[in-house]
Design a protein around this ligand. Sequence first.
Ligand code: IPE
Ligand code: IPE
Ligand code: MG
Length: 257
Amino acid sequence: MARQPIARPDFGGPFPEHIAIIMDGNGRWAEGQGLRRVFGHKEGIGSVREITTECARMGVGSLTLYAFSVENWKRPGPEVRYLMSLLKKFLIEERRTLMDNGVRLRAIGRISDLPAGVLEELRRTEELTKDNPGMLLRLALSYGSRTELADALRHVVRDAKDGLIAVEDVDEETLRDYLYDTTTPDPDLLIRTAGEMRLSNFLLWQISYTEFYVTDVCWPQFRKTELLAALRDFAGRKRKFGGLIADVAPPRRAKES
Ligand code: IPE
Ligand code: IPE
Ligand code: MG
């Protein structure tokens, strides 16, 4: 299927190049319907598909979805197993949609924690989509920001010990080079569904100057209309990055790939 031309909505203000989403409230949505929690996860896949496709069509540069945190391994075995099987199914079944929309998929997190079968499908989907020209879809899987920073620190210390970097030269940009993804610019907009006012260990370093948008809508019900509401809200924000002039560029951005 031919890709549709990019149609970026104009709300009279800035448009986010990178959107990050904490997809929360699957369980609450299901329980509200008198269903078991897993049905919320299943229904949430529909939102992932719709939001990914809409963002790609609007010309968003990168979309980062928090799909599974390092802390989520603490959940009951049956729920974790269900989430892993859903992830594997998603990685196989969404290939067509990703290709049709020119989307590149990449994962961030402690990927080696994933079951072998999931990891295999993840690598296949990354490989299949790697040359797509459109949006980058980053899936945060077994992701934790503190883990990411600890992993980075361990590598910095090792490279310093090996004489590859000088301790005096370590600065913000050095640290960036040791994070899971060294090339994607920081998110401009962070959306959290289901109303909680917390980060739950997501992108602590990268969101220093990101605009937050929290909605009470649970993830399975977060669709195009809710995305447009978030974009409209973002268009009205005045970003200053510590300066006095609104809408100036951020002081530092990660290197473009
Ligand atoms: C988000 O929904 C999905 C994951 C964290 C994997 P939840 O499962 O956290 O749903 P609630 O927050 O319990 O409603
Ligand atoms: C955050 O949601 C993690 C993901 C969306 C994958 P959680 O449901 O795990 O967060 P808490 O436990 O409410 O902070
Ligand atoms: Mg939750």
